[in-house]
Design a binder for this molecule. Structure first.
Ligand code: FAD
Length: 447
């Protein structure tokens, strides 16, 4: 049986990631009479937390992104007659609470999922939208369609917030990726640590960097359900070290004598410290990385922290964007947002995604306001989406500029470490400390 929606403003969002949910909440609070359904292939992060299925990595949420997002909501509260004021204010409050903080992805998702449901958004988990479902838009036989396909068919707007491998982008928009560029290589150490450990100070970080002649970034998140805090250390590495840590095939011993060949060094096949120690015996580059990590673990111990369940992997930091982020397909608007539209690095992915979600929600609201008959099939892209297309492009360009600037700063810092920081750290350690011990020996104990 086909269930035809009584709503005229119907939106289907593919993906209940942080951006998809932020968009759904914004859209529903801006258009209280709209019908919004979000589909996600993963289970509900609120009801059934599973560390293997959910993303536990933390996201640093920048102040500029939250201010940008809240400004859009504030303007809508003032001027949009269809707004759900209390819902929009509640959303503003939630986002303001994350300003400048480091929050686990699944915590953002569960909080937003709850908010979305309260606002009246249908969030359906364990329910992916396949390429076949998307292709079915061309199918005219309503009886042969499943519920997802019917929802897609009835929607005026379909938005893909389905991540970097977006099926909506590939199947419906058929957009190729442009501006693809490898920016840098990172090593990532993920671990859990004791609940009392705080983020290290910038002074401790610079001493650590000087001693190791490396640039690293530490993030310690909020304690999770397991009572531990998630920690991440990112280490900037060169391409040769990246390749050494990501051998195509590695033999590992399983059981008594069996050996098995697997890829190593990506997030699905991480190293642990013991494996890295073994590999360090035969590779100079891995040895340097291992020493740096052990130095960091020692600094954690000094803060009464530990490094539990460590996973060490490599990350190629590539950026990309889709040439166009919206179009008319089969008479309806199809748009993409978040990682589906463009991928960024250095803690800008989600931050760009929140800004984009605000802009996309505005485009949809303006479209609903300007379109007299929503049952009509569209032939050209509405003005508000043309604007969204340009805004998304501009956002990518400004974020890329910021990332390039950040990378230049890292290079300058690394050169500083090489010529000044590390030699000074060695001098302090070897000469000043020896002098100090000698002085203490000479001076009487009262001094
Ligand atoms: C280790 C790491 C650290 C990061 N740190 C930061 C940081 O500090 N700050 C920052 O701003 N960014 C950071 N990022 C980037 C950030 O995680 C992403 O930019 C952000 O998650 C993008 O959100 P999204 O909702 O667009 O996509 P995703 O988070 O990828 O969500 C996509 C959702 O779509 C669902 N989905 C996919 N296909 C389908 C389908 N066919 N049908 C239905 N559902 C589907 C998936 O299940 C998923 O829930 C980090 C990324 C990583 C990997």
């Amino acid at each position: 049986m086909s269930t035809i929606s009584s709503y005229s403003q119907k939106v289907v969002i593919a993906g209940a990631g942080p951006v998809g949910l932020a968009l759904a909440c914004t859209l529903k609070s801006q258009n209280k009479y709209s019908d919004i359904t979000v589909y996600d292939k993963r289970p509900d992060p609120y009801l059934e937390f599973d560390a293997n299925k959910h993303r536990t990595h933390g996201l640093r949420i920048s102040r500029d992104a939250i201010s940008f997002f809240n400004k859009i909501l504030k303007k809508e509260i003032k001027h949009n007659p269809n707004i759900n004021v209390s819902g929009a204010k509640d959303l503003q409050k939630q986002f303001s609470g994350w300003k400048g903080r480091f929050v686990r992805t699944h915590q953002i998702q569960s909080a937003l999922s709850e908010k979305a449901k309260k606002l009246g958004v249908k969030v359906l988990y364990n329910c992916g939208i396949s390429a076949q479902d998307l292709e079915s838009l061309k199918n005219h036989d309503l009886e042969s369609l499943n519920q997802v396909q019917k929802d897609l068919k009835e929607a005026q707007v379909i938005i893909g917030c389905d991540g970097s491998h977006s099926p909506v982008r590939d199947t419906l928009l058929k957009e190729k990726l442009s501006d693809v560029k490898m920016m840098q290589h990172l090593l990532e150490l993920k671990f859990n640590t004791h609940v009392n450990v705080r983020q290290r100070s910038s002074k401790t970080a610079s001493i650590h960097n000087a001693e190791c002649e490396e640039v690293d970034f530490e993030s310690i998140g909020q304690a999770g359900e397991d009572g531990l805090k998630p920690g991440t250390l990112h280490l900037v590495i060169d391409e040769a070290t990246f390749n050494a840590l990501r051998p195509k095939k590695t033999s590992i011993k399983t059981g008594d004598s069996e050996t098995e060949s697997i890829k190593k060094g990506d997030s699905a096949h991480p190293w642990n410290l013991a494996e890295l120690k073994l590999a360090a015996q035969t590779d100079r580059r891995i040895e340097k990385v291992y020493k740096t990590l052990m130095h960091y673990v020692a600094s954690l111990h000094k803060r009464r922290g530990d490094c539990i369940n460590e996973r060490i992997s490599t990350l190629p930091l590539e950026i990309y964007r889709a040439e166009n982020v919206c179009n008319v397909v089969n008479g309806k608007v199809v748009a993409i947002c978040g990682d589906a539209s463009s991928g960024l690095i250095y803690e800008r992915g989600f931050n760009k995604g929140i800004k984009e979600a605000g802009l996309c929600a505005l485009a949809v609201s303006d479209f609903f306001k300007s379109q007299a008959d929503l049952t009509q099939k569209l032939s050209t892209l509405p003005q508000s989406f043309k604007r969204y297309n340009q805004q998304s492009k501009d956002l990518f360009v400004s974020e890329r500029r910021w990332i390039t600037f950040k990378i230049t700063l890292i290079k300058i810092y690394k050169t500083f470490l090489y010529y000044i920081g590390t030699p000074y750290a060695m001098f302090r350690r070897n000469i000043l400390n020896k002098l100090r011990t000698k002085l203490f020996k000479i001076l009487p104990p009262a001094c």
